[in-house]
Ligand binder design. Structure first.
Ligand code: ADP
Ligand code: MG
Length: 903
C-alpha cells in the first residue's frame, strides 16, 4: 500500500498552537519557499509515496485530474491538498500538460530514513509541453519541438529544438516563412519575449488557430543578442559561430540563446547531445504556403487529425522510430533543388529493384532501437540497464547493415550505409555491455540484480556471503523444526522486522525459552534468536553493499557509454535515413509507383496519375487514373469543371501530392511523371472547411487568395479548389475570374482551378494559356453516372440537382429545384453578360470586395493621419483592376496591423 505523506504530513495536523497562519509548519514553510520560485507551474511535492499539491495548485489539479480535493487541517489554518501516487505520476503529468499546465517536480533529495528532521527537497525537473524527454510522454514517430522566436523588423529569428532527439536548428525568416516553418515542425511550445504578450494577432499563428503552439513568455533580456550569443557559444563550446554558418545572424542567435536558457532551466540535466546546430536557409525547401500542408493532408487528415488517411499514412512503412520521424520530416520539408532530390530517387530506385537487399535491410532495421532518444537520455544520465542492452543489440544490428554498403551503388544509399559503418567506432561497446550486465536486468538501477557474475571480485564475494547466509537460514529452519518438534516452523523475512521465526498459535507451547518474541499476529507469533540476528546482519550487510556496488559499476559503464553519445546519436540518425529510404522503396514496389523525373522546367506532366491516398484505399481496378499536363509557357492554367462529386478535387490534389512526393524523394503513383521544380505550393480549398474556425468564410478566402496572388512566383504551383464559394454565385464567379486573370497575366505560375461554376470555362476563350478540362459523366435520361475520367473542354452545366437526386433528396424537391434553376438560368443569362465577364477597365466597380455585412476595416479617428490613412488617400481606385484592389486591400490590412494601437 502507498504510504501517503507518512509522519511528515501528520505534522500538518500537529501545528504548534497559536499564531502561525496557513499551516506554517516547517514542512509548509519548505513547500512555500520552493513554490515561490515556481509560481507559474504546478508544483508536485514528493511526500512519502505521493506527489502532493497544496493551495491553488491543489484546486487546479483536482479539477483537471478529477482527483479528490481534501484539506489536511482543521480550523483557520486549513490547507487544500490533492495528490497522486508517485508510481502513477506519468499518467497524471501527461494530463496536466495536455491541459496546458507546466509541472515542476520537487523530489526528496535525501533518504527519508537517514534524514535528520525535515527531508531535503529540490525541484529536479520542470516539464513543459516542449521539453519532454521521458519515453512515455512522447510519440515515437513524431518529433517534439520547442521553438523560440526573436521578432525583428523585416525578418525574425527562429530557433527550434527537440530535446528528446538532439535536433537543433536556427533560421532568420520573414513572417510568412516563419508560418511555413512552424506548420512544418508544429512545435509543442513556443517561447516569445515578454514584450509581445499583448500583441493582438500573434504572428506565429492566428489566434483562432487550433494548431497554434502554446506560447510561453520569457524575459526580454534572455533574447538580448549579446546575452543570447554568449549562451549559444557556451553551449556549443565554440569561440565563434562561423563554422555553424550563423555568425552574422543576430536574430537567430537571440532565439537560440533564449531557447537554450529555457531548456537549461527546465531540463536541469546534460544537453550535450544538442551539439549539431543546423542553419535553415529560406528557399532550401519547398514552401507550403499558409494552409497548404494542412489542406493537402500531407501529415494528417483535416477532420480527425490522424495519420491514417494522410499522405504520410500511405508512405510510412518504417521499422524504427527515427525512421518514422525522418519520413515525416521529409514530407513536411520537400527539397527544392534538383540534385538532392535525384539522389534520393536513385537510392529509393535501387532499393525498389534490389528486393532481397531491401528485405535484409528491413529485417535488420527492426532490431535497432531509438538511438537518437537514447543518446538524449544518456546525456541526461537517465538510462537503465535495459537501455544499454538494447544499445548493444542495436550496434550489432547496425554493423550488420553496414556490411551491405559494398553492394550498394546509389551514392546516397552507400553514404547512409557507410554512416552506419562508422558504428564500428562503437564496436567495443556491445561486448563490454553484455559482459557487464545480466541479460535479465530489471528496469530499476538502484535495487541490484544488474551486474553479471565475474565482473567484480568484491561483488562475487559479497554475493557468496549473502548466499551463504541464506542457505544457513534454510538449514537453520530445518534444524529448528527438528529440534523443537514444530514441523510447521518457518523462517521468514520482512522489511520492518528483518528475519524471524514464525510459530503458529497451536504450537506455542513447544517454543524453547531462548526464543525472543518479536511480533504477534492473528494466528501466529514471530520470534528471533541471537544466532539468527547475527546471520541477518551478515545477509543484510552484504545485500546493502551489493546494491551500492552494483550501482557504482553500472554508473561506470553508463559513463563510459556516454562518452560515445555523439556517435550513438549519429548512428540513430543514419538509421532514420536508411529506414525512410527503405520505407519509400517498399511502398513504391508494393503500389507500383514510378520514379518521377524532376528538372528545372516549368512543366508538370503526369500520365495515368492516381491520388495516393485514394489509390491505397480503393479496391484494385476501381480507381480511374488520369493524365495531367501543365506548362507555365503554354498550358499554364487548367480550369477543371464538372458536377459535384465528380472527382475534381481528387484530380487537382493528385497533382499537388505528386509534386510533394517527387520533391520529398518518393516515387509517385503514376505510369510516368515529370515535375519541374516547384518553389512554393499553394492549396486553397473551398471555404466550407473554415466554418469550424468561426471566421467569415468569404473574408478568409479573400485574405488567403490575396496572399497567393502576392507571394506566388512563376515557379509556384497553385491549387485552388472552389475558390469564391463563400459568397453568391456571381461574386464567386467574378472573383474566380479575376484571380485567374491575375495568375495568367502577372504571376504566370502553374495553376489548377477546380470549380463547379461552369461559367468560368469561358475565360479560356480570352486567355491563351488557360485550358478547360472536365470530369466526364454519362447521362442516361435523368440518371448520371460518374466516370471519374478527365476529358478536354469545359462542363456545360453544374449537375448539382442530379447529385441531390443521387443523394436521396425527395422527388418533389428535385422537381421544384428544376423549376427554380430554369428561372435562374434565364435571368442569369442576362446578368452574366454584365457580371461574369468583366472587362478589365470597368471591373473594379462591379466587384464588391467586402460582403455587404462586413464592417468597414477601420473607423476614422480625429487625429494626425496615419500611414494607413495616407495610403488610403493615395489610392486611385478607378485605375485599379479588381485583383490589384484585392492585393492592395491585403497590403492595407498589414499596414493596419503595424500601426501603433491608438486608444
Ligand atoms: P468533386 O471535387 O468533383 O466534388 P471529389 O474529388 O471530392 O469530387 O471526388 C468525390 C469522390 O469520387 C471521391 O471521394 C472518390 O470516392 C470518387 N473519386 C474521385 N476521383 C476518382 C477516381 N479517379 N477514380 C475513382 N473514384 C474517384
Ligand atoms: Mg471538390
Amino acid at each position: 500500500m502507498a504510504l501517503r505523506g507518512g509522519a511528515e504530513l501528520d505534522e500538518l495536523d500537529a501545528r504548534p498552537p497559536g499564531k502561525l497562519p496557513g499551516g506554517a509548519t516547517p514542512l509548509m514553510r519548505q513547500y512555500r519557499r520552493i513554490k515561490d520560485e515556481h509560481r507559474d507551474k504546478i508544483l508536485l511535492f514528493h511526500l512519502g509515496d505521493f506527489y502532493e499539491m497544496f493551495d491553488e495548485d491543489a484546486r487546479t489539479a483536482s479539477r483537471v485530474l478529477g482527483i479528490a480535493l481534501t484539506s489536511r487541517s482543521k480550523g483557520d489554518g486549513s490547507v487544500p491538498l490533492a495528490g497522486f501516487p508517485c508510481a502513477a505520476a506519468r499518467e497524471y503529468i501527461e494530463k496536466l500538460l495536455a491541459a496546458g499546465l507546466r509541472v515542476a517536480i520537487c523530489d526528496q533529495v535525501e533518504d527519508p530514513a537517514l534524514a535528520k528532521g525535515l527531508v531535503r527537497r529540490e525541484v529536479t525537473r520542470v516539464i513543459t509541453p516542449g521539453t519532454l524527454l521521458d519515453e512515455g510522454l512522447l510519440r515515437p514517430d513524431t518529433n517534439n519541438y520547442l521553438a523560440a522566436l526573436a521578432p525583428g523588423r523585416e525578418k525574425s529569428g527562429l530557433a527550434f529544438a527537440d530535446l528528446s532527439t538532439g535536433e537543433f536548428a536556427v533560421a532568420e525568416l520573414t513572417r510568412a516563412e516563419i508560418e511555413t516553418e512552424l506548420a512544418r515542425i508544429r512545435p509543442a511550445e513556443i517561447l516569445l519575449p515578454e514584450s509581445v504578450r499583448d500583441e493582438e494577432e500573434p504572428y506565429y499563428g492566428r489566434a483562432d488557430d487550433t494548431d497554434r503552439a502554446r506560447p510561453t513568455y520569457y524575459p526580454d533580456w534572455a533574447f538580448d543578442t549579446e546575452t543570447a550569443r554568449r549562451k549559444l557559444l557556451e553551449h556549443l563550446r565554440a569561440a565563434t559561430l562561423e563554422a555553424f554558418g550563423c555568425e552574422s545572424m543576430p536574430l537567430a542567435q537571440a532565439a537560440a540563446g533564449a531557447l537554450l536558457r529555457y531548456l537549461e532551466e527546465t531540463h536541469r540535466a546534460g544537453m550535450e547531445h544538442m551539439s549539431a546546430l543546423q542553419v535553415i536557409e529560406p528557399g532550401e525547401y519547398l514552401a507550403f504556403d499558409g494552409e497548404a500542408l494542412r489542406n493537402l493532408e500531407v501529415l494528417e487528415t483535416i477532420r480527425e487529425r490522424r495519420k491514417e488517411g494522410s499522405l504520410l499514412g500511405v508512405l510510412d512503412r518504417t521499422r524504427t522510430a527515427p525512421g518514422g520521424r525522418r519520413l515525416r520530416q521529409w514530407l513536411a520539408r520537400p527539397l527544392a533543388a534538383v540534385e538532392p532530390i535525384r539522389a534520393r530517387h536513385e537510392a529509393v530506385g535501387e532499393l525498389v529493384r534490389e528486393q532481397s537487399l531491401r528485405a535484409r535491410l528491413r529485417t535488420a532495421l527492426a532490431r535497432v532501437q531509438d538511438l537518437e532518444r537514447l543518446a538524449s537520455r544518456l546525456a541526461a544520465g537517465r538510462v537503465n540497464a535495459r537501455d544499454l542492452l538494447g544499445l548493444a543489440e542495436s550496434i550489432e544490428a547496425a554493423s550488420a547493415l553496414a556490411q551491405e554498403a559494398a553492394g550498394a551503388s546509389a551514392p546516397l544509399l552507400r553514404a547512409t550505409l557507410e554512416a552506419l559503418g562508422r558504428a564500428s567506432g562503437l564496436a567495443h561497446l556491445p561486448g563490454k555491455i553484455r559482459s557487464t550486465l545480466r541479460p535479465d536486468a530489471p528496469s530499476g538501477v538502484r535495487e541490484g540484480g544488474l551486474i553479471a557474475d565475474g565482473v567484480s571480485e568484491e561483488l562475487d564475494r559479497l554475493r557468496k556471503v549473502r548466499a551463504g547466509g541464506r542457505s544457513w537460514i534454510a538449514e537453520f529452519q530445518a534444524r529448528e523444526a527438528e529440534r523443537t518438534g514444530i514441523s510447521s516452523l518457518k523462517v521468514g523475512y520482512n522489511k520492518v522486522f528483518g528475519y524471524y521465526i514464525e510459530v503458529t498459535r497451536s504450537n506455542l507451547h513447544l517454543v524453547p525459552p531462548e526464543y525472543e518474541r518479536k511480533q504477534t499476529l492473528v494466528g501466529a507469533e514471530r520470534f528471533v534468536t541471537p544466532e539468527l540476528r547475527a546471520r541477518e546482519a551478515e545477509v543484510l550487510g552484504a545485500e546493502e553493499k551489493i546494491v551500492a556496488l552494483e550501482y557504482r559499476i553500472f554508473c561506470e559503464l553508463r559513463d563510459e557509454v556516454a562518452k560515445e553519445l555523439h556517435a550513438i546519436r549519429d548512428l540513430g540518425a543514419a538509421v532514420g535515413d536508411l529506414d525512410a529510404l527503405a520505407s519509400l522503396a517498399e511502398v513504391a514496389a508494393d503500389r507500383g509507383y514510378v520514379r518521377p523525373e524532376v528538372d528545372e522546367s516549368l512543366v508538370c506532366e503526369i500520365q495515368e496519375g492516381r491520388h495516393p491516398v485514394l489509390d491505397s484505399l480503393m479496391e484494385p481496378g476501381r480507381l480511374v487514373p488520369n493524365d495531367l499536363s501543365l506548362d507555365a509557357e503554354k498550358r499554364q492554367i487548367l480550369v477543371v469543371t464538372g458536377p459535384n462529386m465528380a472527382g475534381k478535387s481528387t484530380y487537382i490534389r493528385m497533382c499537388a501530392l505528386v509534386a510533394v512526393m517527387a520533391q520529398a524523394g518518393s516515387f509517385v503513383p503514376a505510369a510516368r511523371a515529370r515535375v519541374g521544380l516547384v518553389d512554393r505550393l499553394f492549396a486553397r480549398v473551398g471555404a466550407s472547411d473554415d466554418i469550424a474556425r468561426g471566421r467569415s468564410t468569404f473574408m478568409v478566402e479573400m485574405v488567403e487568395t490575396a496572399r497567393v496572388l502576392r507571394a506566388a512566383t512563376k515557379r509556384s504551383l497553385v491549387v485552388l479548389d472552389e475558390v469564391g464559394r463563400g459568397t453568391s454565385t456571381y461574386d464567386g464567379v467574378s472573383i474566380a475570374w479575376a484571380v485567374t486573370e491575375h495568375l495568367h497575366e502577372v504571376v504566370g505560375c502553374r495553376t489548377l482551378f477546380a470549380t463547379h461554376y461552369h461559367e468560368l470555362c469561358a475565360i479560356a476563350d480570352e486567355l491563351p494559356r488557360v485550358a478547360n478540362v472536365n470530369v466526364a459523366v454519362r447521362e442516361w435520361g435523368d440518371e448520371i453516372t460518374f466516370l471519374y475520367r478527365i476529358v478536354p473542354g469545359g462542363a456545360d452545366r453544374s449537375y448539382g440537382i442530379h447529385v441531390a437526386r443521387l443523394a436521396g433528396v425527395p422527388r418533389e424537391v428535385i422537381g421544384r429545384a428544376r423549376e427554380v434553376l430554369a428561372l435562374l438560368e434565364s435571368r442569369g443569362e442576362r446578368a452574366s453578360r454584365r457580371s461574369a465577364r468583366p472587362r478589365r477597365a470597368k471591373g473594379a466597380e462591379q466587384m464588391p470586395l467586402l460582403a455587404p455585412d462586413e464592417p468597414p476595416a477601420s473607423a476614422a479617428r480625429p487625429r494626425a493621419p496615419s500611414r494607413l490613412e495616407e495610403a488610403l488617400r493615395a489610392l486611385k481606385v478607378e485605375e485599379m483592376t479588381p485583383v490589384q484592389a484585392l492585393v492592395e486591400l491585403e497590403r492595407l490590412k498589414r499596414l493596419l496591423e503595424e500601426e501603433p494601437k491608438a486608444e
